[in-house]
Design a binder for this molecule. Structure first.
Ligand code: ATP
Length: 351
């Protein structure tokens, strides 16, 4: 047997979950989460991410498949005996207990001596950047502070896996972004493995070491954020992780015929994805674009740091381009332009 410190924190093997009534929420999922990873389950509503998290926590029993935590099969291990802790979107702090007492509430802490508990509470408050807040009550804290207390309380139990189900979704946008940075730091400083459920790709990108993109109960692709964004393998992953221009058509070697244009590819394929930020536009493009087409500017949408253009190509399809708001060239609706990209930026998809 492998020494336990080299075993992955979580392994899901061919997990399936069918609810009474026939809903198949999880359909053959294999995943491995390594020690100290920030691992996200990302996908649209109803794709099965919460069910998978609940299966890890032991709150849901899989219809088939095996869950191992640090190499130990969890089939007969009830939720309260698993080395996991769950943090929800809705806070579950005790309103009548101080922050310190909330953190000290964890079962493993209640077994410790009083001095150990005080030391652990101090360490946890420092970890979540709330040193000195131990005597406050939850209603004397902001939403983000309350959420950090909830995380401190969960981490005080020293779980192998901290399971987080959309914990930031009730916070407003600015606070959410601050909390993303805080959560990532807390995860790194504590060295605890996080499994994080979200439908928000920006949130998953901001924090994760790796992401599993889920669709209809299955895992579409697993990888680090950059790799998923740059090299999606399926239409679903390409479109769920940001806007893209998709071209589909018969495979004719290293070109593809799609909607009236011939797209040059880096490798042969039938489906290609080109991100809008890779589509250059100009009155006349300089040399070096092996994909270049003439067209007319349609919509122009200012988005702050970038401007998004729709271009109706003369040969047929409509494509999107995104330029920095600081770019020198800013065409207006109706203006004739040339749009193009270099074939090496194209992701050739499998499905
Ligand atoms: P969301 O982001 O909306 O929470 P999700 O990806 O987490 O979505 P799940 O909550 O895992 O999705 O649900 C997956 C599917 O299983 C959905 O179709 C859901 O309706 C169904 N489902 C979840 N729990 C049950 C249950 N207890 N009984 C029957 N069907 C269920």
């Amino acid at each position: 047997m492998m020494p336990t410190e080299t075993l992955p924190d979580a392994e899901l093997r061919d997990i399936r979950k069918e609810f009474p009534g026939g809903v198949v929420a999880v359909d053959g999922v294999d995943l491995t989460v390594g020690r100290g990873e920030f691992f996200s389950l990302l996908g649209p509503s109803g794709c099965g991410k919460t069910t998978l998290l609940r299966i890890l926590a032991g709150l849901e029993r899989p219809s088939a498949g095996t869950v191992l935590i640090r190499g130990v099969a969890m089939e007969r291990v009830p939720p309260h005996r698993r080395p996991t802790n769950l943090v929800f979107q809705r806070l579950a702090l005790f309103p009548h207990l101080t922050v310190a007492k909330n953190i000290a509430f964890g079962p493993s802490l209640r077994r410790g001596g009083r001095r150990d508990v005080a030391a652990k509470v101090t360490e946890m408050l420092k970890l979540v950047d709330l040193a000195g807040y131990g005597d406050r009550y939850p209603d004397q804290l902001s939403g983000g502070q309350q959420q950090r207390v909830a995380i401190a309380r969960a981490l005080a139990n020293e779980p192998a896996l901290l399971l987080l189900d959309e914990p930031l979704s009730s916070l407003d946008l600015n606070l959410r972004i601050q909390m993303q940075a805080a959560l990532k730091r807390i995860q790194q400083d504590s060295g605890t493995t996080f499994v994080y459920v979200t439908h928000d790709q920006g949130e998953a990108f901001a924090m994760s070491d790796r992401i599993a993109v889920m669709n209809a109960g299955r895992v579409e692709q697993v990888g680090p954020p950059r790799e998923l964004y740059r090299s999606p393998r399926t239409r679903f992953t390409a479109t769920f992780l940001g806007d893209t221009n998709l071209f589909e058509g018969p495979d004719v070697g290293e070109t593809l015929e799609s909607g009236g244009i011939t797209v040059t590819l880096p490798t042969p394929g039938r489906i290609a994805s080109v991100r809008p930020e890779h589509v250059a536009i100009a009155e006349e493009l300089r040399d070096g674009y092996d994909n270049r087409f003439t067209g007319v500017v349609g919509d122009v949408v200012f988005q702050g740091s970038v401007v998004r253009y729709t271009i109706q190509l003369d040969a047929g399809p409509r494509i999107s381009s995104e330029l920095s708001a600081d770019a020198a060239f800013h065409p207006t609706p109706g203006q004739r332009v040339e749009a193009g990209w270099q074939s090496h930026v194209t992701a050739v998809l499998d499905a």
